[in-house]
Unconditional design. Structure first.
Length: 415
């Protein structure tokens, strides 16, 4: 499928200075934001601490919770509503608390402090009773075995363990983790006698802890360093491949363009205070591969045109190559962008950072392929003189070029 039926004659290289100016402006905005905010907004994976995911019976009382956490001395914690267009009744929020102190005891203390503040703010239940929404299957079974509401005698263990499994399964699945009234458990097989025994030992709360993530500071620091190394390894591997497949100047230009994409994306993360997590690192690595693929497509067309238009200036060859691949670039990038845009708006809070990195990365990566990578190759050729850039970077091609007339752009392997 072709978007353009006629040969385009857009002078991309003549507009290279505007592309460079735009990139410098975006990099400067990101750098200023980075300096003013003190760096990126790292998630729990990288900075260490405790993240408590909570589901509520109704709309999460964010303001009330924030006030309760401040009164409990947890003012440095942050609360974020987890919105999900696909499930508007999710009623979930996540509370982040950066680790205070060292060791696992400090992490467990952070979790306990958050739960204590929540119970004090939203209601602590009844004295001497456990929260049924936080009780384990073993705790429910132990209570039923001890009270024996069905009068089964010594042989009651297996029966009550099975009943406890049914009650907890109902809470976690049908009730989505929150039983607001213990009478609901009659739908899971609880008889009036069982319900009476449960009321004596448990009370229902208006919230339930869905998940708790605890990451130590040393693990977080190691993950940050590993994320940097993974990105550098990916760039280094691509540099070697393109230098071998084409010529080292192509590889250097492509790697610089991809590095430019990553820095701009991280700058926007800093500016908008999006959280950087492990999923965002995965998105950045995906961006690296996507942007590099776009550059390789253009470079491959440049190499083909070098064989045909040997006497033309390199800037003319590059312009023609970009125009010839523009239809493919728009179709591929546009369809990918639309898919990611849907993921950004409908993927929920958990995927928000991941999808934002890819949405921005697709735009910046597509633009940098013809606005940064290609002009860098042309600038190198202009600085080194005509013939500095040729079809192949192999040793055979280099020897062949040495025998060509000065100023000619000869294909690799031509004798």
């Amino acid at each position: 499928m072709e978007l353009f039926r006629h040969n385009l004659k857009i002078d991309w290289m003549g507009k290279a200075k505007y592309f460079v100016a735009l990139s410098l402006a975006l990099l400067a905005i990101g750098a200023v934001s980075w300096i003013r905010t003190g760096g990126l907004n790292y998630g729990i994976d990288f900075k260490g601490g405790t993240a408590v995911y909570v589901r509520f019976a109704g709309t999460p009382p964010i303001d009330q919770l924030r006030e309760g956490l401040v009164q409990a001395g947890l003012g440095e914690s942050t609360i974020q509503r987890i919105s999900d267009i696909a499930d508007p009744n999710a009623n979930e929020a996540v509370i982040y608390l950066q680790q205070q102190g060292e060791g696992n005891q400090a992490l467990d203390a952070g979790k306990a402090a958050i739960l204590s503040a929540m119970r004090a703010t939203l209601g602590g239940g009844e004295a001497g009773k456990q929260d049924f929404n936080a009780a384990s299957q073993a705790a429910v079974a132990e209570t039923l075995i001890r009270r024996d509401p069905l009068a089964l005698g010594p042989s009651s263990t297996d029966r009550y363990q099975e009943l406890a499994r049914q009650l907890v399964a109902y809470r976690d699945r049908q009730a989505r983790g929150i039983v607001q009234n213990l009478d609901e458990l009659s739908q899971a097989g609880a008889t009036p006698a069982v319900l009476a025994a449960l009321r004596e030992a448990f009370h229902p709360s208006s919230f339930a802890v869905v998940n708790v993530e605890i990451v130590g500071p040393k693990v977080g620091a190691d993950l940050r360093w590993q994320a940097v190394l993974v990105t550098l390894y990916a760039l280094g591997g691509m540099l070697i491949y393109i230098a071998f497949r084409f010529e080292w100047v192509y590889g250097a230009a492509a790697v610089l363009a991809v590095l430019h994409d990553v820095l701009i994306t991280l700058g926007l993360f800093s500016l908008l205070r999006f959280e950087v997590s492990l999923t965002v690192i995965a998105a950045l690595l995906t961006l690296v591969g996507y942007s590099m693929n776009d550059s390789v497509v253009i470079f491959d067309r440049i190499r083909e045109n070098l064989r045909i238009m040997r006497r033309e200036p390199l800037s003319v060859i590059v312009n023609r190559s970009i125009n010839q691949t523009l239809s493919r670039t728009i179709l591929t990038g546009g369809l990918t962008f639309l898919s990611l845009l849907v993921l950004f708006f409908m993927g929920g809070q958990v995927l928000r950072g991941f999808s934002f990195a890819l949405v921005v990365g697709i735009l910046i990566g597509t633009y940098s392929s013809f606005g940064i990578a290609a002009p860098l190759v042309v600038a190198w050729n202009h600085w080194r003189g005509p013939g500095a850039v040729s079809v192949s970077g192999s040793a055979a091609g280099t020897k062949a070029r040495a025998g060509e007339a000065q100023g000619r752009l000869a294909p690799a392997g031509r004798r």
